[in-house]
Ligand binder design. Structure first.
Ligand code: GAL
Ligand code: CA
Length: 352
């Protein structure tokens, strides 16, 4: 019942968002609420895999900021459902959008989105969830905006290794190994897979021995992160020496759980690292609680997504009048930056 209500509310949200735009391809009537309408402005159809993803809400905000006065946006919450997203794409195409900007629910669904775009001769910019290159390469009007996923894992590993070496007392059982627990993002998501692999490879390549106590998916979600950490603390207690999270939301959930167990008071400490550098995580770093994170630059990823979509919507080369560059995989890759207390202003600047 709860689920049904949530679904209904989600549908209503999509409806009310799209309802403030013209229902048909015909030019929107003047004086509509919410949407910035002009006959000259191109219309860009955007989907976000789910609106309640913390990091994606910052990417969404960056797209909206860039769009203001430059394009009419149709924004859709795909509610973590690929079938819903496919319908949203069909609807946007029928309403006459000039370009699509798609944050996939399922990275494997790129091919079906591409075939819809291709049939309508529309450009499509995928962002945040990287499609297979074979899919992207099957259509000359398809591009990707994101990051080099492995980079975030390597940086997180470096950050963890440096701190571990500087704090020998963190090796609570004195066996020279890090007994760690790892909160993984969504399985199959290129960021989650790469971060999970590379953070550990980096620790090992720094000469640190590791022992995995737990590795489970918290689906990028703070509440799930807390629940997993609760269970792991109940099971392993003080044997846990390090908490590695694929993103900050899950790291923050783990911190909540740790606080409830008395960590971060007196000399009871647990190093926790995340990825994204969302403002809530930066607060925890400033308070000396969270060890560090890796900046996932929402502002620039949103900006690049919009720039490419706007150019393509106008029939221009997607890089026209921008500083972005495409790699050999038709992707703009925004760099990550490791963040600790020492350079926290870099992250604050990126999220202001
Ligand atoms: C990642 C980000 C996660 C989550 C995910 C959604 O890049 O680090 O926090 O937002 O994208 O696809
Ligand atoms: Ca140890």
């Amino acid at each position: 019942m709860k689920k049904f209500l949530a679904m209904l509310m989600g549908l209503m949200l999509v409806f009310s968002l799209t309802a403030c735009n013209s229902p048909e391809p015909a030019p929107a009537p003047e004086g509509e609420e919410g949407a910035e309408t002009s006959d000259e402005m191109p219309m860009i159809g955007v989907t976000i895999y789910r609106f309640d993803d913390n990091f994606m809400s910052f990417v969404r905000r960056a797209i909206e900021t860039k769009a203001s006065g430059n394009a009419e946006l149709i924004l859709n919450d795909s509610q973590n459902n690929q079938a819903t997203q496919n319908e949203q794409v069909d609807l946007m195409i029928s309403r006459g959008v000039n370009a699509l900007a798609i944050n996939l629910v399922d990275p494997q669904a790129a091919a079906s989105i591409i075939s819809k775009a291709q049939a309508a001769n529309l450009p499509v910019i995928f962002f945040n969830k990287e499609p297979n290159f074979a899919d992207l390469n099957s259509y000359d009007q398809a591009w990707y905006v994101g990051t080099t996923s492995s980079e975030s894992g390597i940086m997180q590993g470096q950050l963890a290794a440096d701190a571990w070496k500087a704090n020998p007392e963190w090796d609570k059982n004195g066996d020279g190994k890090i007994q760690y627990v790892l909160l993984k993002g969504e399985p199959g998501h290129p960021d989650a897979e790469a971060r999970t692999q590379y953070v550990i490879e980096e620790l090992i390549s720094q000469g640190i021995e590791v022992e995995e106590l737990e590795l489970q998916t918290g689906m990028w979600d703070s509440i799930k992160g807390k629940e997993l950490m609760d269970a792991w603390l109940a099971k392993h207690g003080d044997n846990i020496e390090f908490v590695i999270a694929n993103n900050d939301a899950m790291a923050l959930g783990a911190i909540q759980s740790l606080r409830a167990e008395g960590y971060f008071t007196g000399d009871k400490y647990m190093p926790v690292v995340g990825v994204d550098a969302i403002p809530d995580a930066l607060e925890q770093i400033k308070e000396g609680i969270m060890l560090g994170t890796v900046l996932n630059d929402a502002k620039n990823q949103g900006a690049a997504t919009f720039d490419l979509a706007l150019n393509a919507a106008k029939g221009l080369d997607p890089l026209t009048d921008t500083d972005w560059t495409l790699d050999e995989n038709k992707a703009v890759r925004v760099p990550y930056v490791p963040i600790t207390l020492d350079n926290i202003e870099v992250a604050e600047e990126a999220y202001n």
